[in-house]
Design a protein around this ligand. Structure first.
Ligand code: PEP
Ligand code: MG
Length: 745
């Protein structure tokens, strides 16, 4: 870049800083800034457009256009050249604006006499804040250096906006992060919550975007990058597996990238501080990330983003610990979070909001186990939320009300009060049986996966633990847990259950549950791949260790073990043989054996429902894993947002299939339960009971609502509603059941 321009750019930034130094109101600052930029670049016009809402830009200051149009001229995102810059987040540079694609003439501004137009996005970390425009009468394209200089200015404006420098009257100049915002996402764990924001990674605030001494800034940048490189090398030396090492290699590549360094040095030459230079590059990368369709490129850009964050933390000295105090009712906001980190927060959290994440992620599994409402895929959450912001999370609709206004607060609190009243009603029937009006009794158990779940056994009124998912202990660690650790944990679970039955499901890994310390398998169809019992039988080491731990934990008490994902009879017999072997071994070693042992299987694949009669006679109990069974029955991936809600559990075909399983179990007196998520949905649970299921296992919080509905229902009538729906050829029995329930009041 020409040295003269660099000097000009630094001079301009210096003047901008002076313009910001006084106590002027936001509007006066913007006016000064447009004046300074127009003069410095030698253009007749400089204008600043800011967003007044997500869709609309407003002219907030101008030098050269009609002053009366300030705060009057507005355009929608994508409208006119300014709207085009904002939407595409790309520069528009033209010598002949009226002929440019998308041009829209704004008569009130008097801009018709200006031929050339240069617009650059004002953006911060991928968030669009507005557009900075210069125009001139002379028909000329702006040089690359001029574009670059204007981008640097736009970057500084973005930082200043973030620091609240342009707050004034009207929506476009409202203080940032002060307006109510409604964000949408996907529910990964239901529930409603009110609280205050706690950012998992606090925002880095750059308070000094402009610097006078480029040499000093070069030095600071070089030192910080060196520290970053050393840090990445250290992490690489400690990498747990190939996948992690690959990511770190990519980090190292960026940390050593000459192009990245050169661009940041250029930014510094133009007057930015080292941290502002890092942020400028990060913003550009984020804007590209939003547009990249190629997965590989997106991942690399996201690596660069992470690396930039690390560099910013080194430069600003702002670590994860800002000294801020966690609110008493924290609602966690993060781009993503691992299961171990989530467990560290524990049950303190009222809710969790993630920008990334997925319904089946490990974090979601932990959130579910902790019964904390979780919403994933919440776009812009980390951009919008500030530590301490008031927030209401509607984990039924998947909506986050950030800084809600009074009407939302009132409506939301009403909703919470109604739920609290319902919880109280449930508490009053906690010790009563789930006995229907027609005299059938359904036993209700709870699902668990953590020691922390056990207190719910008492509070929910569950008769026992119908499914203890043992994989969580494996997922949240960085290395395989030891047998002694597992045995101590299982013993504590049994102690806490105080004699109530606990069904331990052996390790169910593979598919979406990948252990951090096991080599991931590259399978085309992981849900149909090498998972659960398949892994256990092919590589029995871990399964044997787990069985021994369970027997030792029982220490003479009754023990119930369940194998996941059994698809055929032979898998069950082989698994049972492993239990027998473990019992023999433990006896040989002098350990006390369980006084009673039950070994069952999960019915999660349609094939098992059609196994020979002998299997049903032999298996000691069965539990329907409806989450998996349903995905295979309908061939609809439970993790795929596009299809996972497509088929109703109350679809007549699926209900008939479950009924068939109930009949087969009745013929052989095989105890049967249902432990998938649907068991905890009252209407589904009612239908399951009507077709003959007498044992359901669900999240503790679902026991009250399910019991309450069962106690108010007559299964003979429900059966009739189902039969009529079938007879009519309804696709799902849901509409008929809902009508019936409405009629019942
Ligand atoms: C199921 O598939 O229904 C089940 C309970 O197992 P998981 O959800 O752990 O796969
Ligand atoms: Mg399953």
């Amino acid at each position: 870049m020409a040295e003269r321009l660099e000097t000009e750019s630094r001079k301009l930034l210096g003047r901008l800083r002076d313009a910001m130094a006084g106590d002027d109101p936001g509007q006066a600052r913007l006016d000064k800034i447009t004046h300074l930029i127009a003069n410095s670049i030698g253009c007749e016009v400089c204008s600043i457009y800011l967003f007044r809402d997500e869709e609309t830009l407003e002219l907030c200051a101008t030098e050269g256009l009609n002053p009366d149009s300030v705060h009057q001229t507005r355009m929608r995102l994508g409208e006119g050249l300014v709207g085009r810059v904002a939407r595409s987040r790309q520069v528009v540079n033209t010598a002949d604006a009226p002929s440019a694609r998308g041009f829209r003439y704004m008569p009130e501004t008097g801009e018709e006499v200006f031929s050339s137009f240069l617009g650059v996005p004002i953006q911060r970390l991928g968030e669009s804040l507005g557009v900075l425009v210069v125009q001139s009468k002379e028909a000329r394209e702006f040089s690359a250096d001029e574009v670059y200089a204007l981008e640097v200015v736009a970057m500084v404006l973005a930082e200043m906006a973030e620091l609240g420098a342009f707050v004034g009257e009207g929506a476009a100049m409202g203080a940032r992060h002060s307006q109510p915002a409604m964000l949408r996402g996907t529910v990964a764990q239901e529930g409603v919550a009110e609280g205050h924001i706690w950012l998992h990674e606090p925002r880095v605030v750059v308070t000094n975007p402009i610097a006078d001494d480029p040499h000093r800034e070069f030095e600071r940048l070089t030192e910080a990058v060196e520290e970053l490189r050393v840090g990445v090398d250290k992490m690489l030396a400690l990498a747990a597996d190939k996948e992690q090492a690959q990511v770190l290699e990519a980090y190292r590549m960026f940390a050593n990238s000459k192009g990245w360094m050169r661009r940041m040095q250029e930014d510094i030459s133009n007057g930015l501080s080292a941290e502002a230079a890092v942020e400028k590059e990060q913003s550009l990368a984020r804007a590209r990330m939003g547009q990249a369709t190629d997965n590989y490129l997106r991942e690399r850009l996201s690596d660069l983003d992470d690396l930039s964050n690390r560099l910013l933390r080194i430069l600003t000295g702002q670590g994860a610990d800002t000294g801020a105090e966690m609110p008493a009712d924290p609602i966690l906001v993060a781009r993503n979070i691992g299961p171990a980190e989530l467990l560290d927060y524990g049950r303190n959290l009222r809710a969790i909001i993630l920008e990334a994440g997925s319904v089946g992620s490990h974090a979601a599994i932990v959130a579910r186990a902790l019964a904390i409402p979780l919403i994933v895929h919440v776009d812009r959450a980390t951009l919008e939320a500030l530590n301490g912001d008031h927030v209401m999370v509607d984990g039924e609709q998947g909506i986050v009300h950030l800084r809600p206004d009074d009407t939302v607060v009132t409506a939301f609190r009403d909703k919470m009060a109604m739920q609290a009243a319902a919880v109280e009603r449930y508490a009053s029937i906690r010790d009563k049986a789930a006995e229907t009006l027609c005299g059938s009794v359904v036993s209700l158990h709870m699902n668990a996966g953590l020691m922390a779940d056990l207190p719910s056994l008492e509070g929910s009124g569950a008769e026992g633990v119908g499914l203890f998912r043992t994989e969580l202990q494996f997922l949240v660690r960085n290395q395989m847990p030891k047998r002694s650790e597992l045995s101590a944990l299982y013993a504590r679970v049994l102690d806490a259950a105080g004699g109530k039955p606990v069904v331990f499901r052996t390790l169910d890994i593979g598919s979406d549950k990948v252990l951090p310390y096991m080599k991931p398998n590259d399978e085309p169809n992981p849900a149909l791949g090498w998972r659960a019992i398949r892994v256990g039988l092919d590589k029995p080491g871990v399964m044997r260790m787990q069985l021994q731990a369970l027997i030792r934990a029982a220490n003479g008490r009754p023990l119930t073990v369940m194998f996941p994902f059994v698809a055929q009879y032979e898998e069950y017999t082989r698994a049972h043989a492993e239990v027998d072997k473990a019992m023999e071994r433990e006896a040989r070693l002098g350990h006390v054996l369980p006084e009673a042992l039950k070994v069952g299987a999960m019915l999660e694949t349609p094939s098992l429902a059609f196994s020979p009669q002998k299997f049903f006679e032999e298996v000691e109990f069965l539990s329907i894993g409806g989450n998996d069974l349903k995905q295979f029955f309908f061939a609809a991936d439970r993790e795929n947002e596009r299809v996972r809600r497509r088929y109703d559990t109350l679809n007549v075909s699926f209900l008939s299939f479950i009924e068939r399983i109930v009949e087969r179990c009745d013929q052989t007196d095989t105890p049967l339960s249902f432990c998938g998520e649907d068991a905890g949905r009252p209407v589904e649970a009612l239908c399951f009971a009507a077709i003959g299921l007498r044992s359901l296992s669900m999240r503790p919080a679902s026991i009250g609502p399910v019991k309450s509905l069962l106690r108010r229902s007559n299964l003979d009538e429900v059966r009739k509603v189902i039969a009529d729906a079938r007879h009519r050829g309804d696709m799902s029995v849901r509409p008929a059941i809902m009508d019936y329930l409405r009629d019942q009041g």
